[in-house]
Design a protein around this ligand. Structure first.
Ligand SMILES: [Mn+2]
Length: 455
């Protein structure tokens, strides 16, 4: 296709104006750009999009990835960045608008979290300010992409990073919506990716998918060589059988048996529905976008987000390291889920809880357990202990949230009542409380969630 025939995304007039304004600032800026971003897959890909668009213009930049934008970090950015430098924040910053407004440097914020204000002196690119739902319809990376293509049509290839980041924030669950949906469809029309509706098997062979990946999780099979090879044989397949090479009958049989197995083990409707899913094959990267996102996530979880960024910028040796991180990351999750199969969470009336020695994994384990095999009539709390405190990650299945459970409010109230802190969203939340108060905290949660369910 000739360049001028290629489809694009249509931005609203207001968004177009803001994008042009940001693009003009970047075009006029000659010096170094300081980039700060969140350390998760959405933040990493948003930063990579900004790095690439600047590099192509010949701008120099310095990038920092961090977990949060707290007062200390704000002070450090303001004081250590020379006044003539441009600061670009991605996947963070929208909650700090009034402080950023006072910065002597020029600041551009590209974020999709609920904005505190629009700001007077910064250039604020947040979907919420332009009638787009930032929780569901646009992530930091997918929104940063709009700036990259406003600067230069040649940046269209960065759409694969944008899609990968949106998947990292799980905005693809139940299908992309709104802005993301348009982005994915135009990217496909431009032949940068292709979409496939397939079972969510993450390796090329069915057997490897069962051995190496915690999601989807099959009780009694995932991570177990003997059981997995027996299951594969029972499906009429060989250990070497690749999903892509199966005929339609075998594909259909595989899908129905896996679905039945998930239902039988007590997986939630959500997990069963998501077994067959839309995947995005990225031609440039020779992998699916969800695979790419999983690699970036493993880097972050292993405390090595800079390898994730290097990989997103195209460094081949970083890809090898990222794969090693993913192997370790997934083994850790599978080992712990297998333990939880043998030793299920302890229960109260409305909550269940387990302890883990892997602090960064408490939330993932609670989330996957909830989706795939825990009792789905109770909210789940994963607890890890550190320095005399309990760090708690909470997850609830969709049906409980629909019945009135709000984990964010429950964690806040129960946390307050035992001298700790807590909060978050209705489906996922967290708290930190003194370990001595663990029992009281759990009892408070049990009471509060019981009340949420009866009201
Ligand atoms: Mn994000």
């Amino acid at each position: 296709m000739a360049e001028e025939e290629l489809p694009g995304i249509i931005f609203s007039a207001g968004l177009s104006r803001r994008l042009e304004e940001a693009a003009d600032v970047i075009k006029e800026h000659k010096g170094i750009v300081r980039i700060l971003s969140h350390y998760d897959p959405d933040g990493i890909t948003a930063a990579a999009i900004v790095c690439k668009m600047l590099k192509r213009r010949g701008n120099h930049f310095q990038t920092t990835l961090s977990k949060k934008l707290d007062d200390r970090r704000m002070k450090e950015i303001r004081e250590s960045t020379p006044e003539e430098q441009l600061i670009i924040l991605t996947d963070m910053g929208s909650s700090r608008v009034s402080q950023l407004d006072e910065f002597p440097q020029m600041v551009i914020v590209v974020d999709h979290h609920q904005p505190e204000a629009e700001g007077d002196n910064i250039i604020h690119l947040n979907p919420h300010l332009f009638g787009i739902d930032g929780a569901r319809e646009a992530s930091a990376s997918s929104f940063a992409f709009s700036l990259a293509v406003t600067l230069d049509e040649k940046n269209w290839d960065l759409a694969s990073l944008a899609i990968t980041g949106a998947i990292g924030d799980r905005q693809n669950l139940g299908g992309f919506k709104g802005y993301n949906e348009e982005l994915a469809s135009v990217t496909a029309q431009r032949e940068l990716l292709k979409t496939e509706v397939v079972p969510d098997l993450k390796s090329s062979t069915v057997y490897d998918s069962l051995i190496e990946h915690p999601e989807p999780y099959f009780v009694g099979v995932t991570g177990r060589k003997r059981q997995a090879s027996r299951f594969v044989k029972w499906l009429g397949l060989e250990k070497e059988s690749e999903y892509k090479e199966l005929d339609d009958d075998k594909k259909r049989f595989l899908t129905s048996i896996c679905t039945l197995r998930l239902l039988r083990q007590g997986a939630t409707a959500e997990a069963v529905e998501n077994f067959v899913t839309t995947k995005y094959w990225l031609y440039d990267w020779d992998m699916y976008a969800d695979e790419f996102s999983a690699l970036l996530n493993a880097c972050s979880r292993q405390g090595d987000q800079s390898t994730g960024l290097a990989m997103a910028l195209g460094d081949k040796s970083a890809l090898e390291t990222a794969i090693q991180h993913r192997v370790k990351h997934q083994e850790c999750i599978i080992d712990n889920l297998r333990k939880l199969e043998g030793e299920p969470p302890k229960t109260l009336d409305n909550v269940q809880y387990f302890h883990t020695s892997e602090p960064p994994y408490a939330g993932v384990l609670a989330g996957l357990g909830t989706l795939y095999f825990f009792d789905d009539t109770k909210a789940t709390f994963g607890i890890s202990k550190k320095n005399g405190n309990d760090h708690i990650s909470a997850r609830a299945p969709r049906q409980l949230v629909e019945a009135g459970v709000n984990l964010g409010l429950a964690c806040k109230e129960a946390g307050d009542n035992v001298g700790g802190v807590g909060g978050g969203h209705n489906v996922a939340a967290g708290a930190t409380v003194p370990s001595k108060k663990e029992k009281k905290f759990l009892n408070e949660l049990d009471r509060i969630i019981g009340e949420q369910l009866t009201n």
